[in-house]
Design a protein around this ligand. Structure first.
Ligand SMILES: Nc1ncnc2c1ncn2[C@@H]1O[C@H](COP(=O)(O)OP(=O)(O)O)[C@@H](O)[C@H]1O
Ligand SMILES: [Mg+2]
Length: 223
């Protein structure tokens, strides 16, 4: 099992609990869709998996290792890439190339190797034309795709995607679907978009009252 959450419980300070004993598993090759009402805790769940916040009860096991402290979660973040719901939380460099190069440089790649990674990932997403653009001047949809590029540049084994189709037009949504379908990564996909889930997902959970329960696969099978 790549990821295993058992009895995970969490609430923000001075707020009622968001997760109350949530269970989740993710196996190699799975594309697990998570749905749930606004505010049900889907983004919170993804933040817990990569250790940006910590459960008050329950266990998170990643790649067979229980995650107990920052050292464990730091290792998880090398292998599990989270594409945030809001691109502005993820992009902070002046240009697209610098944003995409940031992770590889941080992992110790040379400038040349990092720039080769930038070129490869931008080409994979058909975004070469954005390479030298100023990040904050991009459209919402462009920023969304660049955010995915920054995560793919880190070469993760698992992708956590938080509302990845937000702000994407129909063409970009179709392109994103094609790109994700072609990737071998196990994924957790949080999305309100039923057609997108149906095109990508092979298992689905709904987050309700702090718990995750199985739902039948979405009936829609085409985008
Ligand atoms: N940093 C925070 N501090 C306090 N409450 C938060 C914080 N982030 C999210 N929340 C609240 O926690 C609940 C779950 O949020 P979230 O995980 O973003 O839900 P979802 O992604 O399912 O829409 C919401 O009620 C939200 O307002
Ligand atoms: Mg959310």
């Amino acid at each position: 099992m790549l990821l295993e959450l058992s009895g995970v419980t969490f609430g923000y300070t001075d707020r009622p609990p968001i997760l109350c004993g949530a269970d989740l598993t993710l196996a190699a090759g799975e594309r697990l869709c998570v749905t749930g009402a606004n505010g049900s805790g889907k983004s919170t769940l993804l933040r817990l998996i990569v250790g940006l916040i910590r459960p008050t009860a329950g266990t998170i096991t990643a790649f067979g290792h229980p995650c107990l402290g920052e050292a464990d979660f730091a290792k998880v973040r090398r292998r599990v890439g989270l594409v945030f719901q809001d691109p502005d939380d993820q992009l902070f460099c002046p240009t697209v190339a610098e944003d995409v190069a940031f992770g590889p440089l941080n992992l110790g790649q040379t400038r040349d190797k990092a720039m080769a990674t930038v070129a490869r990932v931008l080409a994979q997403l058909d975004l070469r034309h954005l390479q030298d653009r100023v990040t904050y001047q991009l459209s919402g949809g462009e920023r969304r795709l660049v955010t995915l590029a920054t995560v793919l540049a880190m070469n993760p084994e698992v992708l956590l995607l938080d509302e990845p189709t937000n702000a994407l037009d129909a063409d970009n949504q179709a392109r994103l679907t094609d790109v994700l379908q072609a990737l071998p990564h196990a994924m957790v996909i949080v999305s309100h978009d039923a057609a997108f889930r149906a095109a990508l997902g092979n298992r689905a959970l709904v987050l309700q009252n702090g718990q995750l329960s199985p739902v039948a696969q979405d009936p829609v099978k085409t985008v």
